[in-house]
Design a binder for this molecule. Structure first.
Ligand SMILES: Nc1ncnc2c1ncn2[C@@H]1O[C@H](COP(=O)(O)OP(=O)(O)OP(=O)(O)O)[C@@H](O)[C@H]1O
Ligand SMILES: [Mg+2]
Length: 237
């Protein structure tokens, strides 16, 4: 069974159709990238998967179960976690407090488990350990993105979705983050990444999907899409 299966998904916002007939399958333990220009519908798709937007048609199955309006905090407990565009960390709280909020929504997580997860995140991104007592708002953009990812990972998702984690970051930081996502997929997590910076995302992705005007217009292995630069540039505008 695939981790996520979307069939014929349509989404309308305020009566305007935004997504049309989206079919998308995510296999477990793969990194998939959705690329597309400004306004293509990438964020809308992630928000629909996260049940923040109701579909006007079609179906989304997560772990074989049809999702129909499951509230986000319950989805997170079931293993579907979304790192939104703009990160949404809590600037006034410390790095450590932000991380503990990530695990805070999980009932039945023991103090020892929470601590183990915290240490695992400090090992993944040592800079977060160094800055653990500082306010999250004092971190650089790259560090804030690492924090947002670690906060999501505190919930041990089976499907991790990220909306433009590279936004505003230096290329080396972007590569570091993409390499981390790659490692997570190799470790068995399913990762869905939305990116405007197609070149880097496709370099790390198993599967690439190009979106244009609310549709997926092209799907292929990331490496294959990369070979066809003219095609990508044409779609990305
Ligand atoms: N809340 C909203 N109300 C009205 N229209 C919206 C709303 N959110 C998105 N749209 C429209 O839906 C379309 C897709 O937007 P979306 O944000 O999903 O694109 P995107 O691919 O994420 O773009 P970007 O790369 O700029 O983040 C756009 O035409 C946008 O204007
Ligand atoms: Mg977007």
């Amino acid at each position: 069974m695939s981790q996520l299966e979307i069939r014929g998904l349509g989404v309308a916002i305020g009566g305007n159709p935004i997504l049309h007939g989206i079919d998308l399958t995510l296999e477990r333990g793969t990194l998939s990238a959705i690329v597309g220009a400004n306004g293509a519908g990438k964020t809308t798709l992630l928000r629909a998967i996260s049940q923040l937007l109701a579909p006007s048609g079609g179906e989304i199955r997560f772990d074989g179960r049809v999702l129909a309006g499951t509230p986000p905090h319950l989805l997170a407990r079931q293993g579907l976690v979304h790192v939104p565009q703009g990160r949404q960390i809590i600037a006034a709280l410390t790095v450590e407090q932000n991380l503990l909020i990530g695990a805070g929504s999980l009932p039945g997580l023991s103090g020892a488990d929470r601590e183990a997860r915290l240490q695992a995140e400090f090992e993944r991104f040592p800079v977060l350990r160094e800055r653990r007592a500082l306010s999250a708002g004092s971190l650089s953009g790259g560090e804030q993105q690492m924090l947002a990812i670690s906060r999501a990972l505190m919930m041990k998702p089976s499907l991790l979705m990220l909306d433009e984690p590279s936004l505003g970051l230096a290329p080396q930081v972007v590569s570091r983050i993409l390499a981390t996502l790659r490692e997570l997929a190799v470790g068995g997590m399913t990762v869905l990444l939305v990116e405007q910076v197609a070149f880097l995302a496709l370099k790390y992705a198993d599967a690439g999907h190009v979106m244009q005007n609310g549709r997926i217009v092209l799907s292929a292995p990331g490496a294959e899409l990369l070979k066809d630069k003219a095609l990508i540039e044409g779609y990305l505008g």
